[in-house]
Design a protein around this ligand. Structure first.
Ligand SMILES: *Cc1c(COP(=O)(O)O)cnc(C)c1O
Length: 368
């Protein structure tokens, strides 16, 4: 794995107190006292999975969700002992490893259980996944779901810990497809022969905006990091605090003559005498090439990214000479201005989730 470049002034700053407050705040607003499983997949949405997971647990989360078994294993290596659920499909050949590490697996097909039953392990915790309309993974018919329940009941290899589904449109204003999915999930799981410990349907959007009564756990992702799951389509029902910011420094600055070209392709040409500063961060850090023309903050002022974003560096136009070492903010607050993750997402034609998850392991995460 790439180790972070710590001898370079580009870094992600994570405010763990904001994550703590978000989890507490969301917990206080839960209508049915649901348990919270904090979703820390993709390195905790780039915030650091171990750090975000720990603080979420301190704030009241009772378990964690990850996307892959490896992500779960690294949490166990960090001595996190709370329940961990892998949300994606895990190959049967790793069932024993999951069982040994007390990591719960998602099962989306009966055949998986039949094959896993032949493996050698003591107890593996299982969450059955129902596809109620997301079209990704999960049981779609009741017959097969009943068959899976039967296997879980009679084979003491398995502990039936949970059953769940995932919504495709919980972050949209129109709730008709959401209701359709909810209805389908309730119907397919009605009167099952197993009383699962956890029945869960809610991601962040569902937790914030939909009444999901009848279920007893929520899988809280983006909202615990203080971000709006809808971007800005629906207003947050209460305040959440962004925990994430991205900063660097000017490492080089020059005054250029009119018509001086900047960066690959020579696509930018100075209109007059201009101050051009170089920032040591580029698309290999996950600051996408298409951020060309977007702004950063220097001394509280908005400065455009000029010319193409390079792999490891980019150039900005600043209004005056600044010292090498002057702070540059790409996401977050600088002076009296803030560049939001949503505005970067909008500029790049994507969602806030992708902007943060794209930021690579090369950037150190600094905790406040
Ligand atoms: C990623 C994920 C979540 C969390 O989603 P957010 O929108 O970030 O809250 C919940 N459930 C499943 C199955 C997921 O894959």
């Amino acid at each position: 794995m790439l180790s972070p470049s710590i001898h370079r002034p580009s870094y992600i700053e994570v405010n763990l107190e904001n994550i703590r407050q978000n989890v507490k705040n969301i917990k206080a607003h839960l209508k049915n006292n649901e348990e919270i499983f904090a979703v820390v997949k993709a390195n905790g949405y780039s915030h650091g999975a171990v750090e975000a997971g720990r603080v979420a647990i301190e704030a009241g989360a009772t378990g964690l969700c990850v996307a892959t078994l490896d992500e779960g294993l690294s949490l166990r290596e960090a001595d996190i002992i709370e329940p961990i659920l892998v949300l994606g499909v895990t190959d049967v050949k790793y069932a024993a490893l999951a069982a040994q590490q007390n990591i719960s697996l998602t099962v989306a097909q009966t055949d998986w259980l039949k094959e896993a039953a032949r493996e050698n392990f003591a107890t593996l915790k299982i969450h059955l996944k129902v596809d109620s309309g997301m079209g990704r993974i999960g049981f779609t018919n009741r017959e097969e779901l009943l068959q899976a329940c039967k296997i879980l009941q009679k084979d003491n290899h398995f502990e039936a810990e949970g059953i769940f589904t995932h919504f495709a449109t919980a972050d949209e204003v129109d709730d008709s497809y959401f209701q359709e999915q909810l209805h389908k999930f309730k119907k397919i799981t009605a009167d099952l022969p197993i009383d699962f410990k956890y029945k869960h349907v809610a991601n962040s959007a569902t937790t914030l905006w939909r009444d999901d009564s009848g279920f007893n756990m929520v899988r809280l992702g983006i909202a615990m990091y203080g971000l709006n799951p809808s971007g800005s389509a629906i207003e947050l029902p209460y305040e959440l605090k962004t925990a994430f910011s991205l900063h660097s420094e000017i490492v080089f600055i020059k005054e250029v003559e009119p018509k001086t070209k900047i960066s690959y392709g020579a696509t930018y040409e100075a209109q007059a005498e201009e101050w051009i500063a170089t920032i040591p961060l580029g698309y290999a850090d996950g600051w996408l090439r298409r951020m060309q023309g977007f702004e950063v903050l220097v001394d509280g002022k908005r400065c455009p990214i000029v010319g193409r974003v390079c792999m490891d560096q980019l150039m900005i136009k600043v209004p005056q000479k600044y010292d090498v070492g002057t702070q540059v903010t790409l996401l977050g607050k600088n002076g009296n201005d803030t560049i939001t993750i949503e505005s970067a997402a909008e500029y790049a034609g994507t969602i806030n989730y992708e902007i943060i998850c794209s930021l690579s392991e090369r950037l150190p995460r600094i905790y406040k």
